[in-house]
Design a binder for this molecule. Sequence first.
Ligand code: 6PG
Length: 486
Amino acid sequence: MQPQGDIALIGLAVMGQNLILNMNDHGFTVVAFNRTVSKVDEFLAKEAKGTKVVGAHSIEEMCAKLKRPRRVMMLVKAGQAVDDFIALVAPHLEPGDIIIDGGNSLFGDSERRRKELEAKGLLFIGTGVSGGEEGARHGPSIMPGGSPAAWEHVKPIFQSVAAKVEDGTPCCDWVGEGGAGHYVKMVHNGIEYGDMQLIGEAYHLLKTGLGMSADEIQAVFAEWNKGVLDSYLIEITRDIMAFRDKDGKPMVDKILDAAGQKGTGKWTVIDSMEHGIPITLISEAVYSRCVSALKSERVEAAKVLKGPGDGKIKVADKKAFIDSIRDALYASKIVSYAQGYMLMTSAAKAYGWTLNYGGIALMWRGGCIIRSRFLGKIKEAYDNNPKLGNLLLDPYFVKEVGDAQAGWRQVIAAAVTAGIPVPAFSTALAFFDGYRTENLPANLLQAQRDFFGAHTYERVDEPRGKFFHTNWTGRGGDTSSSTYTV
Ligand code: 6PG
């Protein structure tokens, strides 16, 4: 009998199962495999009952059931497990067959895996898949990169199962070579950290600063979700506020304030350091999770370190202040996405990728965790000017940030006065003010570096790239240290 399988999927955790069922719904025959093989039979007997899904009890059987070129997708834990499965699968494949890693892998690993597999004549795709369990089942955002020759073979499957925007365009397109797909997913996750932190700060101000109840806060988020902040994360925050524990009290109040993280936000920040790109908001979001995780230390510190007052924000017009919090969230969000795009632009240059920035916004427009109406505006900005240097300079966003600016500043000032931490709101504003400032005090910093270490400086009255050294004390010599920029 001729092999029937269109694609194999390894890893039957909930994401894997749901993606298989989604592919099945779109007419593809999926071969399911799992390291603990009993799970294959359980899946076929339960969730996949009545579908075309085929089970395999060994890697060999799985590969034998696939049409050529074979497409083997893994949804397993990032790291060693991916390499282990590749080592098991590759010997059963032939030149031109494709291995797809759909986990949250580090982009450098995807780059390496592509090279290793291509050396064996195999093709590799490292793809971001976003949207959680529900996305996997009903339409995720899919961000594939890797071996370009593999794309035409996975495109029909990926684009049919992906989420679609209003006009039917799939939230999936080719991102670029090597690790580009996983890179874009990493930045997506970094932005996700930022969005969540911003929402958390707004919640903190509403709850602690204004003393609002979960129900009142629910109404605020419901309102915000009808405007420029319309997004999946605002929507679920609204629903979380309404959710009650068994005793009828808000569930959110029963949850310990110590955040977890699996590492993709941290990777984004680490790579931003390599490129010298200030993604200050994502960095603050990662560090804020770290501060939250110091729960027992904070409990002790709270007894000793006193703030300015009772932590309440005194406002004359509560409704107007809530609007200002919305503006602070919105303006900060614009800065965060601008920073995320700055990082992708720099990475594309460094790693030799041609990224389609509007296309990325479209991929994130639906299906994924950061999906929002706002991303449609980013797509428009890049459609209007594909060479846009910085999102903050797009005319639409210039106006939006301008309009939100007064409220943004007012909220940060009030939070600082009341002693409520708003690290993401404030770092966004600090970046905005820094970015729009023609003359920063780095002239002094350069003078200091030259003073103590002969590190040299450039002059305002000489062309860029010419370096000077001054013998500041009369004691040092005229020899300068070499000039280089990390
Ligand atoms: C997605 C998410 C997902 C991520 C979780 C958990 O796009 O569906 O980004 O990939 O793993 O959100 O991430 P943290 O544990 O780091 O918060």
